[in-house]
Design a protein around this ligand. Sequence first.
Ligand code: BYC
Length: 318
Amino acid sequence: MTDPGTDEAHQRRFDAMITAEERIEPRDWMPDAYRRTLIRQIAQHAHSEIIGMQPEGNWITRAPSLRRKAVLIAKVQDEAGHGLYLYSAAETLGVGRDELLDLLHQGRQRYSSIFNYPTVTWADVGAIGWLVDGAAITNQVPLCRCSYGPYARAMVRICKEESFHQRQGFDILYTLARGTDAQRRMAQESVDRWYWPSLMMFGPPDSESTHSEQSMAWNIKRFSNDELRQRFVDMIVPQAEALGLTLPDPALKWSAERGHYDFGTPDWDEFMQVLKGNGPCNRQRLEHRRTAHEEGAWVREAARAHAAKSRARQRAAA
Ligand code: BYC
């Protein structure tokens, strides 16, 4: 049994580390609720990375040139890599990757709402890079200063790769926006579809966010959902101008008084429906993931057999 006196001392030390902006490492004592919050967020983030491979993976066979295809393959591979860093970070908190994947497959853990929308045109690959990766960077750069060491360190590398991803999305849209009329229309139509869902990526409004206050007190989240959403809008408005495309938001307007762009309200009913599993592609995404996992069983088995053989060989040689 743990001694309550010791727990109190641990809690005091933990609180002092958070106040001093120090990093919490896997072997440090941490409150159960802190551990559970991190597992929830990191797992959700990892699941988003691997489910996020599907909408873009859908275009690998149809990319319009060899160069675009090579770049897209590399980007989708990067996302698998991000998933791996993040599952590893979650494992330092005492959960297994298999366990987390089971929870995803059973629909008991979430992944980002954004990946439940379909990629119906090539321009969607550009819009995902520009808007979705753009939103991801805005959300994730502050996570490089998250109080949990392994998550913060994973974020540094992920953010570097995400900035490159955003540039490739911008480049696709820039090319289309300067192409034929049909290409320009395709780019605009795609931005029209992805703008609102990308604003929803930051989560519900602060007034509805259940976890923000505690996560900010623990230095897991450094800014609220609405603060990051505002930052994102401020970033993309001039970028849309450079692209020569418009954002489908009649309320968008510079506010000299606030020093920020005013913008409209996303359709939060739609967001809630997507979270409940009723988005356009929820069922398809999970089904595809489960099938990929089942079909990959022989790879995991072969890797385990190989590891066992290598260990046996090492033992024999020692
Ligand atoms: N989608 O209290 P709140 C990528 C849930 S991958 C689904 O504000 P929190 C990429 C939330 O979980 C990008 N669910 O929550 C990959 C909670 O429900 P539960 C992924 C959402 O955690 C491939 C409830 O709503 N990035 O960039 O304080 C290709 C209340 O919300 C969403 C990350 O995961 C959502 N959008 O804040 C290209 C970043 N929003 O769990 C690109 C790390 C909220 O109580 N995560 N919910 O049932 C975070 O920063 C935070 O978890 C969030 C939400 C800002 C997302």
